[in-house]
Design a protein around this ligand. Structure first.
Ligand code: 4NP
Length: 151
């Protein structure tokens, strides 16, 4: 079983979409996907209604997800940790204990733009267009990740 964690700040906008999109593209018998946030502001909550809406528009239901906070134990539980932006990466890496932990952490848009460390913009304070463009970026990145996982 390969275990993959998607991480953003709030775990209500970007990483729940990344989790839902990647889940829809892989064999869940062999790949486990979860998400978490580096901040603890929304623990226990559903994804943001705008993420739920854009996912639904593309045929995905992400309402089974509940927000949780990233913890150092996630380095033991997961094989790969995809962060949405540079700030998430700093926060996650600040908890890494070993090189092995550090090597698990990847910027998700480096799948599309290798080594460029491009952020998935935080859509929380923006309008609906933000969620649509975030969805499109994550869809492209997750297609590449899914292809790699099953090759
Ligand atoms: P996310 O967006 O990191 O994509 O889930 C955010 C959601 C909530 C907050 C920040 C970012 N917040 O500060 O509450």
């Amino acid at each position: 079983m390969t275990r993959i964690l998607m991480v953003c700040l709030g775990n209500i906008c970007r990483s729940p979409l990344a989790e839902g999109i990647l889940r829809s593209k892989v064999d869940q018998e062999v790949i486990f996907i979860d998400s978490a946030g580096t901040g603890g502001y929304h623990v226990g909550e559903l994804p943001d209604r705008r993420s739920i809406a854009v996912a639904r528009k593309y045929g995905l239901d992400i309402t089974d997800q509940r927000c949780r906070k990233f913890t150092v134990r996630d380095f033991d539980e997961f094989d790969l940790i995809y962060v949405m932006d540079n700030s998430n990466r700093r926060d996650v890496l600040s908890l890494a204990r070993t090189n092995e932990d550090t090597e698990k952490v990847k910027m998700i848009l480096n799948e599309l733009f290798p080594n460029e460390n491009v952020d998935v913009p935080d859509p929380y304070y923006g309008g609906e267009f933000g969620f649509e463009s975030v969805y499109e970026m994550l869809e492209k990145a997750c297609a590449i990740i899914a292809k790699k996982l099953h090759s």
